[in-house]
Design a protein around this ligand. Structure first.
Ligand SMILES: Nc1ncnc2c1ncn2[C@@H]1O[C@H](COP(=O)(O)OP(=O)(O)O)[C@@H](O)[C@H]1O
Ligand code: SF4
Ligand SMILES: [Mg+2]
Length: 319
């Protein structure tokens, strides 16, 4: 069952196109990776889905959530507030930006359940919050519930964010580099909490990361973004073993999927500034396969399982 459908999503300011024509779906229980270098438009895509775009940045297109009658693009703040933190949640790279510094963390977890009516009263919500803090394996959950965010470590704060994101049993969780800011020693534990949390609730996960090795082990499908566009998509096994887009090929060549450190090194050339990507194929100024034909926006070629790629001169399917 499809729980999230994003169609022809465009995000930009009055002057700059920042995300162009992004379409994808998430099925219940599915884990989909979203990869691409910094500046590719991954965070803005997630922010647009959440209806959390910064001032001066707007979205067009369509974002439909299963069970919600209206499109989230163009929905009122009141309509969005009913969905956000409830059926649709997000974990950010830096939890401090999303937590209220002046409120005890247990109350913040309880608040989201009271707000959406998941628990009938404050006493029940408080008890459920302590349970959730225990589920995300915070030490002494009763005591931790009474702490303020600044009294916790970065890893502990991220656990609180995950508890908040899971509190109402979301159907879709967006995780934007949830472990990048954390100590290496706690990254795997925090990732495991996200994965266990969505699996227990049957939620779909969109996992934004630089770590291709993690995508290879935890995701079923992957979306590759560059220059604000999805340039390739498909089953992870397919895309990572037989990439068709030269950008995907470059990303894979710059990573070592066999080591624990599957983070991106660099691919030749630099990512243009926002809105400065070439016309036609956005990868044209860095692509080893570019020809004159690439001055025209490449058409999408369908591949396996709803995937495909946008390139005039794809890498051969047999490698
Ligand atoms: N509020 C904004 N105004 C103008 N440009 C922005 C704004 N927010 C992000 N951008 C630009 O949009 C591009 C995509 O940003 P982002 O989605 O954060 O990329 P990613 O998450 O893939 O690193 C970047 O070039 C970034 O500088
Ligand atoms: S369309 Fe051309 S420039 Fe773009 S990725 Fe393909 S070969 Fe390279
Ligand atoms: Mg980002």
């Amino acid at each position: 069952m499809t729980v999230l459908t994003v169609e022809n999503l465009h995000v930009g300011t009055d002057d700059l196109a920042l995300v162009s024509d992004v379409s994808f779906t998430l099925a219940a229980g599915e884990r989909v990776g979203l990869i691409g270098e910094s500046g590719s438009g991954k965070s803005l895509t997630a922010a647009a889905v959440m209806g959390l775009l910064p001032e001066g940045v707007h979205a067009t297109g369509s974002v439909r959530l299963h069970g919600v009658p209206h499109d989230l693009v163009g929905a009122s703040e009141r309509q969005l507030a009913a969905v956000r933190g409830n059926a649709l949640t997000m974990v950010f790279q830096e939890p401090m930006t999303a937590l209220n510094p002046a409120m005890r963390v247990g109350d913040q977890v309880a608040e989201v359940m009271l707000l959406h009516g998941t628990r009938p009263d404050r006493t029940a919500a408080r008890a459920a919050a302590v349970d959730l803090l225990a589920q995300v394996r915070l030490p002494e959950p009763e005591r931790t519930a009474r702490a303020y965010p600044h009294q916790l470590s970065g890893g502990q704060r991220q656990r609180v964010m995950i508890a908040i994101a899971l509190a109402n049993g979301p159907s879709v969780l967006l995780a934007d580099e949830p472990t990048t800011a954390l100590d290496v020693t706690v990254q795997a534990q925090v990732l495991d909490l996200v994965l266990t949390g969505v699996a227990e609730r049957g939620a779909a996960l969109l996992f934004i990361t630089h770590d291709l090795a993690v995508v290879a082990t935890v995701c079923e499908r992957v979306l590759v973004m560059y220059g604000g566009r999805v340039v390739e998509a498909g089953p992870v096994r397919e895309v990572f073993t037989r990439p068709r887009h030269p950008y995907t090929r470059g990303l894979l060549d710059a990573s070592d999927l066999t080591s624990a450190n599957g983070r991106l090194r660099t691919i030749p050339g630099t990512v243009p500034a926002a809105g400065r990507f070439p016309a036609g194929c956005v990868f044209r100024n860095r692509c080893p396969r570019a020809t004159g034909a690439c001055a025209t926006l490449p058409a999408w070629t369908d591949g396996a399982a709803g995937g495909g790629f946008a390139c005039w001169h794809p890498v051969a399917a047999d490698g």
